[in-house]
Ligand binder design. Structure first.
Ligand code: PRP
Length: 218
């Protein structure tokens, strides 16, 4: 039924992968091998459905999909916006919902209002640059960090940060606040453009089934 070719999924390690696997399981697509926590295996196969799965670091998922090493990927919209890879974004999976925001201490609001030449610390320099230059038309200095971004305004590295806000707890506990919202985020399914043509029927069917399930849950 499914032909001989495997469809390969690249999933973003962590919570998004777990939620994606739970969704696939609801559709009858399981991968028992992946549930073995002690396994050191990197690739998991469902022989019956001719599917392969692997876990990758978030920012690497669009790379695997652009080059066709994976046909399909599931990753956050933040990563898609930051990486600018040549992939088709085909479905909003509606989980992993959060927001990309400009945050800082309340005093930094004035620097935004006055369009001062401030420093912006972020893990997402592409998104931050696009927002400040093309949306706010404000010249800023962008400083790339790799984590614990909230530290930057606290220790005086930057006036504001551009970062993901989910519950807002990290901001609250550190005396920071959301100053502006850049965009809403959630998990998305991406597809390699060539795979989309070669495996059109299988991929379209998968997208349709997923969309139906997500609509039922909404
Ligand atoms: C993310 C994000 C914020 C935090 C927001 O960090 O960068 O720090 O979660 O969540 P909250 O609004 O629910 O507090 P993550 O845990 O991914 O770690 P990081 O510091 O490596 O970015």
């Amino acid at each position: 039924m499914n032909g001989d070719r495997y469809l390969t999924f690249a999933l973003c390690k962590g919570r998004l992968a777990k939620q994606t696997l739970a969704l696939l399981e609801q559709m009858g697509i399981t991968c028992e091998e992946m549930k073995d926590k002690d396994s050191r295996k990197l690739i998991f196969v469902n022989e019956e459905l001719k599917l392969k799965f692997f876990l990758a670091k978030g920012p690497d998922v669009p790379t695997y999909v652009e080059y066709g090493a994976a046909d399909i990927g599931v990753v956050g919209k933040d990563t898609i916006l930051e990486e600018h890879r040549k992939v088709h974004e085909v479905l909003d999976l509606k989980f992993g919902k959060c927001r990309m925001c400009v945050c800082g201490p309340e005093e930094s609001r004035r620097c935004l209002e006055n369009r001062e030449l401030i420093r912006v610390a972020t893990k997402y320099p592409g998104i931050a640059k696009d927002y400040f230059y093309n949306v706010r038309h404000q010249t800023v200095e962008i400083i790339k960090l790799n984590g614990s971004i909230e530290l930057a305004p606290i220790v005086g590295l930057s006036e504001v940060i551009v970062d993901i806000v989910e519950t807002g707890a990290t901001l609250r506990e550190n005396g920071l606040t959301v100053l502006e919202e850049v965009c809403p985020l959630s998990a998305r399914m991406i597809v390699n453009p060539v795979s989309m043509r070669l495996e059109n029927k299988r991929i379209k069917e998968l997208i349709l089934n997923m969309r139906r399930l997500l609509d039922e849950e909404a």
